[in-house]
Ligand binder design. Structure first.
Ligand SMILES: Nc1ncnc2c1ncn2[C@@H]1O[C@H](COP(=O)(O)OP(=O)(O)OP(=O)(O)O)[C@@H](O)[C@H]1O
Ligand SMILES: [Mg+2]
Length: 288
């Protein structure tokens, strides 16, 4: 472990590489559009010239490969369980201009992995943060303690809500949980499935106000995405909607969402010797 950390540090010092920005896409309530947003947002970041890895962390229920309309032989769980596989073997490259890793099926929760499996995951992440500009994690529904702990390792959290009151209160609970464990964590907010822009903006401003009042924290809005039939149609066609319906209302909103994310995250381009993401994973897995 010492050697890995040392090698990584040397490599970063030599290249003065900016490590990948790690962003977790989450919601309180399930089914609010996380996977569609992760997929299309990643492709748009790719179109903007970024090296993007879309990481399906919905172990057992992952659907990124379906939304990407692609299939790959191996998943992250194959990498974790099969010592013969290299991380490169499980990355599906150059699909709609980005790379992705499928979730696969497998083991219980990430923190119950054997020591050796945690080492493999940590090692893989060490390579990936150097290779990509952005690593986007699509998190599954159902916030278990373990997935929330893993979420805490990521540098930024993009919270998806819809205008439904249950979705809003669940989004707030999720942010509160994270904030109480890491008050520095940066949150982005997206309102999906808005009937109109006004409804979306109102949803966002209410959540921003609540978070400001009770958690003394500012959350950055990335924008509103409309309710749009194009989503369902694109899912049925197994083609990302910005590719199959590039002129749909939601595609144009996704473009501004991606631009907002780029300008917010470009502020953070400070080369760092030790990406906090790796430091956080190390702490989660090995308590060091
Ligand atoms: N903006 C939208 N307009 C219309 N329908 C939408 C929109 N966003 C999502 N949907 C519908 O919701 C479904 C679920 O979306 P998606 O799989 O992206 O949600 P999710 O949050 O990833 O779900 P899970 O929590 O189960 O992982 C889509 O297949 C689509 O039918
Ligand atoms: Mg999903």
């Amino acid at each position: 472990m010492k050697d890995q950390a040392y090698n990584l540090r040397q490599k970063m010092l030599l290249n003065s590489t900016t490590p990948a920005k790690t962003i977790g896409i989450v919601s309180g309530k399930g089914g609010v559009g996380k996977s569609n947003i992760s997929t299309n947002l990643s492709i748009l970041l790719g179109e903007a010239g970024k090296e993007v890895l879309l990481f399906d962390m919905d172990i057992g229920m992952g659907n990124i490969h379906i939304l990407m309309g692609s299939n790959h032989r191996y998943s992250i769980m194959d990498y974790i369980e099969d010592k013969e596989l290299a991380i490169e073997d499980v990355i599906c490259e150059n699909v709609h201009g980005i790379s992705y890793i499928s979730a696969g099926n497998g083991l219980k929760s990430i923190v119950e992995w054997k020591e050796e499996q945690k080492e493999r995951f940590f090692e893989a992440m060490g390579h990936l943060v150097l290779k990509y500009d952005y690593i986007i994690f699509d998190m599954g529904a159902g916030a278990t303690k373990e997935t929330l702990q893993f979420l805490l390792t990521m540098e930024q959290i993009l919270v998806v809500t819809t205008p439904e009151p249950t979705s809003i209160t669940d989004a707030y609970s999720m942010m509160k949980y994270i904030h109480l464990r890491d008050a520095e964590k940066e949150f982005f907010l997206v309102c999906n499935r808005a009937e109109n822009n006004q409804e979306g903006l109102l949803t966002i401003s209410r959540l921003q106000e609540t978070v400001r009042k009770f958690l003394s924290k500012d959350i950055i809005s990335l924008g509103v995405l409309p309710e749009d039939q194009a989503v369902r149609k694109a899912v049925s066609q197994q083609t990302p909607l910005i590719k199959s319906f590039p002129r749909s209302p939601i595609s144009s909103s996704l473009h501004s969402l991606a631009n907002n994310l780029l300008s917010e995250t470009d502020k953070l381009n400070i080369p760092s010797e030790k990406p906090s993401f790796l430091k956080n994973i190390k702490h989660l897995f090995f308590r060091r």
